[in-house]
Design a binder for this molecule. Structure first.
Ligand SMILES: [Zn+2]
Length: 110
């Protein structure tokens, strides 16, 4: 099996995940923004303020929240903000690589 991957010459802006430091297209990342009220997730990606990007992968959030995210935003994340960020992290699937649903078991029951 071969995968035809014709990406073309379109320019896709890449952003770096602060968790794993991989560069990805923006749509694969969640933007976190620092504004005067604190640090929060920016679902629209348009809030003003200093932003950082984290993969929509739980392990990247876990890593990012251990320090790299604060460094990227050049701020300290307060306990309350951290809780909110952990809350949105918990809405992500624990292992994004796994297929969402297992294939249906077919065949007669023994
Ligand atoms: Zn990542």
């Amino acid at each position: 099996m071969s995968q035809a991957k014709t990406a073309g010459q379109k320019h896709v802006p890449l952003r770096m995940c602060v968790g794993c430091r991989e560069a990805l297209a923006k749509r694969a990342l969640v933007r976190v923004v620092r504004d005067p009220d604190g640090v929060r997730v920016d679902p629209g990606g348009k809030a003003s303020g200093r932003g950082a990007y984290v993969h929509d992968r739980r392990e990247c959030w876990e890593h990012a929240l251990r320090g790299p995210l604060e460094q990227a935003l050049k701020t300290e994340i307060s306990a309350a903000d951290r809780e909110l960020l952990v809350g949105s992290m918990n809405r992500l699937a624990p292992e994004a690589d796994k297929p969402a649903d297992p294939p249906p078991a077919r065949g007669g029951a023994a």
